[in-house]
Design a protein around this ligand. Structure first.
Ligand SMILES: Cc1ncc(COP(=O)(O)O)c(C=O)c1O
Length: 378
């Protein structure tokens, strides 16, 4: 019998949202962590430019790999050999590669709960065991070195994300260093998902590589570079995993689309445009934080990065899925139910994504504030 994995329930919310839209309703999409901005103009121009001339065969762009290596130099002061980098169709296949090239079936992989829905489900789909570590308000909903130290027996691997989904919380550099130290001592192999790097509002976001040179890092053009549908990302592996990853890519995935690789290279030199997106998220974040009292939401994760607010709605419901559906039907604002990210406590949490325009955030708040107030008064 095959392993059962859970569906992503925000997709069900999104389906209802699209149905309501076809019925003429005005919908604001805050259910997915997806920039609404589209690729930077230089990326689109590069794609137009090569469409007529490029054969679009299987291809791995050496200039793009060299440019990504330079990103590690510019952001983190690290010298990365481009041979350690492989291009993928986003962080999702990079996660499959990271897990399957390093761990055997039944390996125990630790991760924070709440956490990105695909971590536990990908681990399970690969017949490994997801070891979820409950992370609450006291730990800013993030993993700590102490929690990893206390885990018995030591897990084989750890998936870590900072900034994280669904919380946006960031692990402080000294805590990251302490986590790296525990992992080195207890021989826990690290996979660091750095997909939200570039989207931070409070303090630095070091790469795990600064503390654990043997960590495997995954990243993507889906968030900061605003290119989710182009399906482009990468995996950066220690030298010992180069051949195992190369063999898996050759059999499981081959190369990402050539068009996306050309566009991605141009996007990496579009920081002026991309920083304007970050400015929008920063403004949206402030609007959301300012509105929390009016929404009656007192307990949230510190949204230091990414574009999420993870809020405790336990005083309003014990069924976040029905709550989000009712909110959508009544107000047209689509959000993600906490059960996607936390199978134990997620029934009393929800996630708002503010990767939309500032006008949409204002509009969403104007619709939600009376709805939440009415709900609290029931
Ligand atoms: C934390 C995290 N990792 C990975 C992904 C997958 O992204 P993609 O496959 O588009 O690169 C997402 C998407 O939302 C995410 O939030």
């Amino acid at each position: 019998m095959t392993t059962q994995i859970e569906p992503f329930r925000a997709i069900a919310i999104s389906r209802i949202a699209h149905q309501l839209k076809t019925e003429g309703r005005s919908i604001i999409h805050m259910e997915f962590g997806q920039p609404s901005t589209g690729a930077p103009p230089a990326a689109i121009a590069a794609a137009h430019g090569v469409l007529d001339t490029d054969g679009m065969g299987y291809w791995e762009s050496a200039p793009l790999k060299a440019r990504i290596a330079r990103l590690y130099h510019d952001r983190h002061g690290l010298e990365i050999d481009p041979d350690r980098l492989f291009l993928t169709c986003g962080a999702s296949p990079a996660l499959v590669l990271a897990l399957s090239s390093r761990f055997a079936p039944f390996a125990r992989i630790a991760m924070a709960r709440p956490g990105y829905v695909a971590y536990r489900n990908t681990v399970r789909a690969l017949h490994m065991e997801a070891v979820e570590i409950a992370c609450g308000p006291a730990e800013h909903f993030q993993l700590t070195a102490a929690a990893l130290e206390a885990l018995e027996p030591a897990p084989d691997g750890l998936i870590i994300a900072s900034p994280a989904n669904p919380t946006g919380s960031i692990i402080a550099p000294d805590e990251l260093a302490a986590i790296a130290e525990v992992c080195a001592r207890r021989r826990i192999a690290i996979i660091s998902d750095e997909i939200y790097h570039g989207l931070a509002y409070a303090g630095p976001t070091p790469s795990m590589l600064e503390f654990a040179p043997d960590a495997t890092v995954i990243n993507s053009f889906s968030k900061y570079w605003s290119m989710a549908g182009w399906r482009l990302g990468w995996i950066l592996v220690p030298p010992s995993l180069i051949e195992p990853v190369r063999a898996r890519i050759g059999n499981l995935f081959l190369t990402p689309p050539s068009l996306s690789q050309h566009a991605g290279l141009a996007a990496m030199d579009s920081d002026d445009v991309l920083q304007r997106h970050v400015d929008t998220y920063r403004a949206n974040r402030v609007l959301m934080l300012d509105a929390l009292p009016a929404l009656g939401l007192k307990s949230i994760a510190p949204p230091d990065g990414a574009f999420y607010i993870w809020a405790d709605i336990g005083h309003l419901t014990d069924d976040s899925l029905s709550f989000c559906e009712q909110l959508l039907r009544d107000t047209g604002v689509a959000t993600a139910p906490g059960v996607d990210f936390d199978p134990v406590d997620g029934h009393r949490f929800m996630r708002f994504s503010f990767a939309v325009s500032t006008e949409e955030v204002r509009d969403a708040l104007a619709r939600m504030i009376p709805w939440f107030a009415a709900r609290a008064g029931r």
